[in-house]
Design a binder for this molecule. Structure first.
Ligand code: C6P
Length: 413
């Protein structure tokens, strides 16, 4: 078995997650579905309870004590989110429901203003549906077209030899995933964004699988937008962050209309607030940012470079052992993979793998992982996926491998 970085007490951190201490179908829970959603530490659960027990009130509206407290906590979370990704200012942080809404916001608001017939929206063949469908929708509305940077095959890496040819003068935006949720590919977003930017192309990075797993610096990446979800980084569901470069946000029309995004309203005309408030119509999720604040503090107290090392070590350990089995097809890069493994057992449907693994207490995900076009390109309907986080252990990987071997035996019998 591998030994993990001992400068962090991983076993103690695991005890911060009450949910992990339980049995499923009579077996100790092995939670390997972290790419779908992460578990929540006690400090996040406590922050939510504290907010609802002591401070709950609407934000930005009241002058009373509770409203002041809740507004202060809400805006403190915005400042914390800016620090989490090294944004220049909290005004560049828009709270959303998650990555999906962040990308929809950019596609709808930026896209409607900036795209016209003949323009090209450049994506990659690795994208999650959240970074495909909103662009297809705005393409249909504006007459723009969608083009793709190709992937090379089962390794799920991008063919960047094609990039210069694809970055034509028609391309207005390049939107790409940082870490692929179905392959574990880590895209060189800094290099790709620099190449797009030198041609005046706006860039968006989907950070759903990266923000909570490795240090993120949006200024170093050099993108124009970066979106992530709170629930994948130990925070609550229903909250996410869209970061946008200030100059671009200032020039963008609102996404939705309603209360709190206005300076003044007449019966015929409305004047909007500046960013970020013009993009946050209506009563926002208030407890979400407060829980997310606690999650960001929690992760940064560990250190995301250490989390990244831990995730990668577990994934490499799992990949090597799975790869040594017979009758298995492995997906994703062999080197520099993020903290997940994606695979198919010969003649066994991915859903059967997940169902039987569940009987062994191991929570996996099986399906197209919301990357249906990629699955079709690779000639499969689905894969089984184990995705790791810092509270997972090498011993759990051993349980997982044993369960997979048993499944193979079961189907061979
Ligand atoms: N991937 C998975 O199991 P939301 O649902 O908005 O929080 O995140 C959407 C999303 C966008 N981009 C990437 C790369 C993602 O992985 C996800 C969510 C989950 O892989 C659910 S399909």
């Amino acid at each position: 078995m591998i030994s993990m970085n001992t400068s962090v007490d991983w076993a103690r951190l695991r005890t911060d997650f009450p949910i992990l201490n339980q049995q499923v179908h009579g077996k100790p829970l092995v939670y390997f579905d972290n790419a779908a959603t992460s578990q929540k530490p006690r400090s996040v659960i406590d922050a939510l309870t504290h907010y609802y027990e002591r401070d709950n009130a609407n934000v930005h509206r009241g002058i009373h004590e509770l409203s002041n407290r809740s507004t202060t906590a809400f805006e403190a979370a915005r400042t914390r989110a800016a620090r989490f990704i090294n944004a220049r200012s909290a005004d560049e942080i828009i709270f959303t429901r998650g990555t999906t809404e962040g990308i929809n916001l950019v596609a709808a608001a930026w896209g409607a203003q900036n795209l016209k017939p003949g323009d090209v929206i450049l994506l990659t063949e690795l994208e999650h549906h959240s970074n495909l469908v909103p662009w297809q929708m705005i393409a249909r509305r504006t007459g723009a077209k969608v083009a793709y940077i190709p992937v090379t095959g089962d390794e799920g890496t991008l063919d960047l030899t094609r990039l210069d040819a694809l970055l034509t003068s028609q391309v207005k935006i390049l939107s790409l995933v940082h870490i692929s949720n179905s392959m574990g590919t880590v895209n060189p977003v800094q290099e790709i964004c620099a190449r797009a930017r030198s041609r005046g192309i706006v860039t968006l990075v989907d950070g759903a699988q990266s923000a909570g797993h490795l240090p993120v610096d949006v200024q170093a990446i050099g993108c124009d937008f970066f979106a992530f979800s709170g629930h994948k980084i130990c925070g609550p569901t229903g909250i996410g962050v869209l970061w946008g470069r200030q100059e671009i946000l200032d020039a963008m029309p609102p996404y939705q209309g309603g209360g709190e995004m206005i300076l003044s309203v007449g019966y015929q005309k409305t004047e909007y607030k500046p960013s970020p408030h013009r993009f946050e119509a209506g009563t926002p999720d208030i407890s979400g940012p407060i829980g997310l604040h606690a999650a960001m503090d929690y992760l940064d107290a560990i250190g995301r470079e250490k989390i990244w090392q831990h995730d990668q070590q577990l994934a490499n350990y799992a990949y090597e052992q799975l790869g040594a089995l017979k009758n298995i097809r492995m997906f994703g890069p062999k080197v520099n993979r993020a903290g997940l493994v994606s695979f198919l057992l010969k003649d066994v449907h991915a859903h059967d793998v997940v169902t039987l693994a569940d009987q062994g207490g191991v929570a996996l995900r099986g399906g197209h992982h919301c990357t249906q076009p990629l699955m079709h390109k690779l000639g499969v309907e689905s894969t089984a996926r184990a995705s790791f986080y810092f509270y997972n252990t090498p011993a759990e990987v051993d349980v997982f491998i044993t369960v997979i071997k048993e499944i193979q035996k079961f189907f061979a019998a």
